[in-house]
Design a protein around this ligand. Structure first.
Ligand SMILES: NC(=O)C1=CN([C@@H]2O[C@H](COP(=O)(O)OP(=O)(O)OC[C@H]3O[C@@H](n4cnc5c(N)ncnc54)[C@H](OP(=O)(O)O)[C@@H]3O)[C@@H](O)[C@H]2O)[C@@H](O)CC1
Ligand SMILES: [K+]
Length: 508
């Protein structure tokens, strides 16, 4: 699997394991890294008049000296601008010695139009904010609008978190090695990477397998095997039944969007559970989707007992308050194995906000319930309401925060945004990078929660269902493009679902 994401510490471990296994040593890996970058420069910018290679004091700079040596050897006008000198007897020092070009101090960095910048200042070893000549070099490259190829990461971007330390280059291309790092996908880092090119430098899949990686880039590779494809003789109730709770008479649209998405996902039956006073409004807008009154927990119990639903959505348009808390807790206690078996619960929007004063009540109930059954889908504001301590931890990345929250809540957390992170209480996490700006529209989250419930109802495990729903949702948004409104989304899911079903069937 090549969708693993390696933290800088894991990358260095992979480096050490590869060296220990032979035949490549550290200098050999550096040669390969430099070759990969130089090849990209030559291919992508064959008409470049001059290449300026900015080299830092560590191994990222070492890669830079290799790039400069190769380019100069190919007859490309090349200048090295060095920020410090490599420590003696390191691979970087050897790479600098092997390079025939005399470095100039970075303080004097200047360039002419038509030239290219190779940023090899800092990569995995970035340890503090860029300052002084380094920061000035970022400003110069940006003011001159020069194309930038970054080695491993744009200098200034943290590979672990995607944070920008002080200043960072805005690369057109980032060439990274073996596997991507979380900082390539998390914002704001992702925006600084440009096109990301993954180069094989001799760190094999077997080496990566030894690292027991639990962070992934979200994509079908991660969950296609569990993606539901109905059997030929599938009865509608065998394909899962989703219950979606509706708000009052003036707040029913969100539930219907959610219900439509659940139906499109392939669930065999979907019921909108409506307060008595909103039954007429809902009835006027529903056709294939069923409708049932649900005013209190007795109604919920009856529905569960009679219709055996396999998943629920609670939250969209439902309202914040005591009634929502009661419904949420009733559903969680229904998910207990001694009671009716429910495959999945999706709590979104108001179901999350309703527990802002007492999140532990929710977490306790989820701990008592079937741990794998609950998926919560907070955006930034909702996340901060439910997990104020975690949200305020300035040392934690979005990836760390989602992971901590998943453990705290004993639930799969879909921490939404343009870089949605999905985290499971078992430690696995995925970052979604096929984000579409068109999805930032009212009601889009309601569609996501319905889609997630639809996949849960068809037996997909919670982490995989959440990852699949997020990916499908963003893919559909990208395909639809400009003009997208939430009403379009359930139908826009269809071509994405069709491709997945085909891929799944072909893989059988
Ligand atoms: N691992 C692999 O598989 C392979 C890795 N390879 C390459 O190695 C790179 C990692 O190398 P690396 O560990 O030497 O770190 P690197 O990014 O060069 O920086 C460390 C130096 O910079 C300094 N420094 C940091 N931030 C600073 C700042 N803001 N301002 C000023 N100084 C700062 C830091 O100082 P210190 O923190 O020690 O005070 C230290 O001296 C990796 O990205 C890839 O390109 C490839 O060769 C092949 C295989
Ligand atoms: K760099």
């Amino acid at each position: 699997m090549s969708n693993e994401l390696l933290s800088p510490a894991q990358m260095s471990e992979a480096d050490q394991l590869t060296i220990a296994a032979g035949p490549l040593d550290g200098y050999g890996l550096m040669q390969r890294a430099g070759e990969a970058v130089a090849t990209k420069v030559l291919k992508r910018y064959p008409a470049a008049t001059h290449v300026h290679v900015l080299c830092g004091p560590g191994n990222n700079g070492g890669d830079g000296y290799v790039v400069a040596r190769i380019l100069a050897g190919c007859g490309v006008g090349t200048t090295i601008w060095a920020s410090g000198t490599p420590r003696p007897e390191t691979d970087a020092a050897l790479a600098a010695k092997q390079c025939p070009l005399k470095p100039r101090p970075l303080s004097g960095f200047d360039a002419e139009a038509g030239s290219i910048v190779v940023d090899a200042l800092y990569g995995a070893g970035l340890s503090k904010p860029l300052s002084g000549d380094d920061a000035k070099a970022v400003d110069t490259a940006s003011a001159l609008r020069l194309p930038v190829i970054a080695v491993d990461l744009p200098s200034g971007v943290s590979g672990a978190s995607g944070e920008i330390l002080g200043r960072a280059f805005r690369a057109d291309i980032t060439v990274t090695f073996a596997r991507k790092k979380p900082g390539h996908l998390l914002l704001p880092g992702r925006e600084r990477c440009g096109e990301i090119v993954l180069a094989d430098i001799g760190i094999g899949d077997g080496i990566v397998a030894q690292l027991a990686v639990s962070t992934f880039e979200n994509g079908p590779d991660l969950w296609l095997r569990q993606f539901p494809v109905p059997a030929v003789d599938a009865h509608k109730y065998k394909r899962g039944h989703v219950g979606v709770f509706s708000g009052g008479p003036s707040a029913t649209g969100a539930a219907r969007l959610s219900a439509l998405a659940a139906a499109r996902s392939g669930a065999g039956a979907v019921t909108v559970l409506s307060p008595a006073n909103a039954m007429q409004v809902n009835a006027a807008h529903l056709t294939s989707i069923m409708l049932r009154k649900a005013d209190d927990s007795v109604d919920i119990d009856e529905f569960i007992g009679e219709r055996r639903p396999s998943a629920f959505v609670l939250g969209p348009g439902f309202g914040v308050g005591e009634r929502t808390r009661k419904f949420a807790l009733a559903l969680l206690s229904s998910a207990l194995p001694r009671d009716t078996r429910i495959d999945g619960l999706v709590f979104d929007a108001d179901a999350i906000t309703s527990f802002r004063e007492a999140p532990d009540v929710l977490f306790e109930a989820s701990r008592r319930s079937d741990a794998s059954a609950l998926v919560m889908t907070p955006h930034d504001g909702e996340f901060a309401r439910l997990f104020p301590g975690i949200a305020g931890d300035i040392a934690a990345s979005k990836l760390d925060k989602a992971r901590l929250a998943a453990v705290r809540a004993n639930a799969v957390i879909v921490y939404k945004g343009a870089d949605t992170v999905i985290a499971s209480p078992d430690g696995r996490a995925a970052i979604n990078a096929n984000g579409a700006p068109w999805l930032a529209t009212a009601g889009s989250g309601d569609v996501l929660s319905g889609l997630t419930a639809g996949l849960l109802a068809q037996g997909m495990p919670a982490f995989e269902a959440a990852c699949a729903a997020v990916w499908i949702h963003t893919e559909a948004g990208s395909l639809f493009g400009p003009g997208l409104i939430a009403e379009d989304l359930p139908l826009a899911l269809v071509p994405v679902l069709r491709d997945l079903v085909e891929a799944r069937t072909a893989a059988r």
